[in-house]
Design a protein around this ligand. Structure first.
Ligand code: DGP
Length: 116
């Protein structure tokens, strides 16, 4: 059984977060340390620690992350100008919280994908 992270507490409303969307499958909230004018994390309510742990059973929820990302981008008024969706995996990917999450970043030109 994977160990819960702070994100499970946010999903259950046990610690505060600026939640912008929640349904049976996913929760979206503003990143505590925003890297762009809009920086929202969209996460499955089910704990999946990393992309390496994804299985075929997760296809519905993972597809839903994209549907919700597109909806939130519209709400935030950044859909037309564009935005970036990022999911980090493990150490080389820079993952810090082991509950998979899609970063939705936008609100300004984001520049090149990688700064190495
Ligand atoms: P990553 O490096 O991909 O694992 O990104 C983790 C992100 O999670 C990072 O941008 C900061 C954010 N974060 C960490 N803890 C909290 C928290 O308690 N609340 C919120 N809103 N965001 C958090």
């Amino acid at each position: 059984m994977a160990e819960e992270t702070i994100f499970s507490k946010i999903i259950r409303g046990e610690i505060p977060a600026n939640i912008v969307f929640q349904d049976d499958l996913v929760t979206a909230f503003r990143d505590i340390s925003p890297q762009a004018p809009t920086h929202i994390l969209i996460i499955p309510n089910k704990l999946i620690p990393t992309v390496n742990d994804v299985t075929a059973e997760d296809e519905q929820v993972l597809g839903h992350l994209f549907v919700v990302a597109a909806k939130i981008a519209q709400q935030e008024g950044i859909a037309e100008d564009g935005y970036r969706l990022v999911m980090n995996c493990n150490k080389h990917g820079g993952q810090e919280v082991f509950h998979i999450h899609m970063h939705l970043l936008g609100g300004k030109p984001l520049g090149p994908l990688l700064s190495l």
